[in-house]
Design a binder for this molecule. Structure first.
Ligand code: SAM
Ligand code: SF4
Length: 474
């Protein structure tokens, strides 16, 4: 748990928000004279949201809140929401609904909804209409304005909705409250210009905006000084970092600069888009000794026809060529990916092309999704004749295929020793720890919790399907 304060490039707005933070703090001190106010923050969705939540929590802490895991004890509940798939969205509505009886018992409690879902007009309408107990709603472009919006909510006694559709400049210098010291998320850019036909992200996160290299490097330095052992650079398409900022620092150049910083840490990044993943980037990765030998490169479909319908900007062969080059310059590279099953109009034969690509590349692991129609996207208007039950069967076939590959990959790791970053105790609480290899594979092993946050060597002693167990090695 660390608090950082970064040098800012937008001091005017930051200072304005600091003034509101001071006013909120005064209101809360009067309202809670005996104890600090408690906030429960829950994050849905991707690491981009996790990073936003760290900034939201930083601002809440600056206003005097402490954090609780128990929403029944909270004075403020904040949900940072995800709009990427319908399932995630339904979960949010379900969880917001469940807050109604909690608020009936704790009438002073403030309920705050923010994030990607709140950039969608139909969602905001539904909240206005059906969830009158929600106090504050704001979208992804207003993360830095939490103090001002909370002030209005606390003072005005009225519900506040701030869902502007335009992204302003990036506000630097927000306080950041991190849940972990050794694993850090570092946003390098926001938004997306790609408009894949299935995806809602460009609509809810706006166009690409890159942070300045100086701001990124400064934050990386602070993270390393604070004990970070692994820094993950974040963006919807990190390969287009700097393309629209005019200072000439590309993503490969940024990677080299971070690699040159002193310290014992590794760099990961996500997400890379295959259409912009250049040989230059793969060469830079190969040269940077701190860049983990792990590439997350979503392919989405193994069929060139489906990829075209998805507006992905590459063919099956382009993807395979890229993988071949990556493996040539980094023979020990571990590959992970995202894949969608049941895109509108996808045939069973085209789905088989996805399976054959998976068998050919042999990914370490996959994030697998069934196509989810999203309002406002092009794909929602496309003919989608395959029934949901059929798509579920394809999905099961996909999982089975990947499980067999993962099991083979795990079996090949048996007897070998890997450096792992120790992340936590296992859920079973059985004196075992979980660590992650550079290639992003988890291994459980017996060990003392004091090792958490350190790199240790672990020899793999057991490979049960795709679950690995091991023991500490020298
Ligand atoms: N920017 C990243 C990229 O281009 O690979 C991905 C960001 S998106 C939040 C994460 C993943 O969600 C995508 O790679 C895709 O596989 C999946 N996804 C996005 N929209 C989807 C939809 N409508 N239905 C199913 N899966 C979806
Ligand atoms: Fe969505 Fe495509 Fe942008 Fe990724 S690149 S966020 S999948 S539109």
């Amino acid at each position: 748990m660390t608090e950082y304060t970064l040098p800012g490039v937008s001091p005017g707005e930051r200072d304005r928000q600091q003034e509101f933070a001071a006013r909120v703090r005064a209101i809360l001190e009067a309202q809670f004279p005996e104890r600090p106010p408690r906030a429960f923050v829950h994050t849905y969705g991707c690491q981009g949201n996790v990073a936003d939540s760290e900034r939201l929590k930083g601002q809440l802490a600056a206003m005097g809140y402490v954090f609780t895991e128990d929403r029944e004890q909270a004075d403020l509940v904040l949900f940072n929401t995800c709009a990427v798939r319908e399932h995630a969205q339904d979960r949010v509505f379900g969880n917001v609904g469940a807050l109604k009886p909690v608020k009936e018992k704790r009438r002073h409690m403030k309920i705050v909804l923010c994030g990607c879902m709140m950039q969608q007009a139909h969602v905001v309408q539904r909240i206005k209409r059906s969830y009158p107990f929600v106090d504050l709603v704001f979208g992804t472009f207003a993360v830095h304005r939490l103090p001002e919006l909370l002030y209005q909510t606390l003072r005005g006694g009225k519900r506040v909705f701030e869902t502007t559709e335009t992204a302003g400049e990036i506000v630097e210098g927000l306080p950041v409250y991190r849940d972990g010291d050794f694993k850090a998320w570092l946003p390098i850019m926001y938004g997306c210009n790609n408009f894949c036909t299935y995806c809602v992200v460009p609509y809810v996160r706006g166009r690409e905006r890159s942070r300045s290299p100086e701001a990124v490097i400064e934050e990386a330095r602070e993270l390393i000084a604070g004990g970070a052992k692994e820094i993950t650079l974040l963006g919807q398409n990190v390969n287009s970092y700097g393309k629209n900022s005019g200072d000439g620092v590309t993503f490969p150049a940024l990677l080299r600069r971070i690699n040159a910083l002193e310290g014992d840490f590794k760099i990961r990044f996500m997400t890379s888009h295959p259409k912009d993943c250049s040989k230059e980037l793969l060469d830079a990765m190969a040269e940077c000794e701190k860049a983990a030998r792990h590439l997350h490169l979503p392919f989405q479909s193994g069929s060139s026809r489906v990829l075209r319908a998805m507006n992905r900007g590459y063919t099956r062969q382009d993807y395979l060529d890229l993988i071949a080059y990556a493996k040539k310059v980094m023979p020990d590279l571990s590959l992970t990916s995202d894949v969608i099953v049941g895109f509108p109009g996808e045939t069973y034969e085209e789905f088989q092309e996805t399976l054959s690509l998976i068998r050919e590349v042999k990914f370490t692991s996959l994030f697998t999704f069934i196509f989810s129609p999203r309002e406002g996207t092009k794909a929602i208007t496309m003919e989608d004749p395959v029934p949901a039950a059929e798509k579920s069967k394809w999905f099961a076939e996909l999982l089975k295929t990947q499980e067999a590959i993962a099991a083979q990959r795990c079996a090949a790791m048996l007897g070998r020793t890997y450096e792992v970053l120790v992340e936590n105790e296992t859920k079973e609480n059985d004196g075992r720890l979980t660590g992650r290899t550079e290639g992003n594979v988890n291994i459980d092993f017996p060990g003392d919790p004091s090792l958490i946050g350190r790199y240790v060597n672990v020899r793999v002693t057991e490979a049960k399907n795709w679950v690995l167990a091991g023991e500490l090695a020298l």
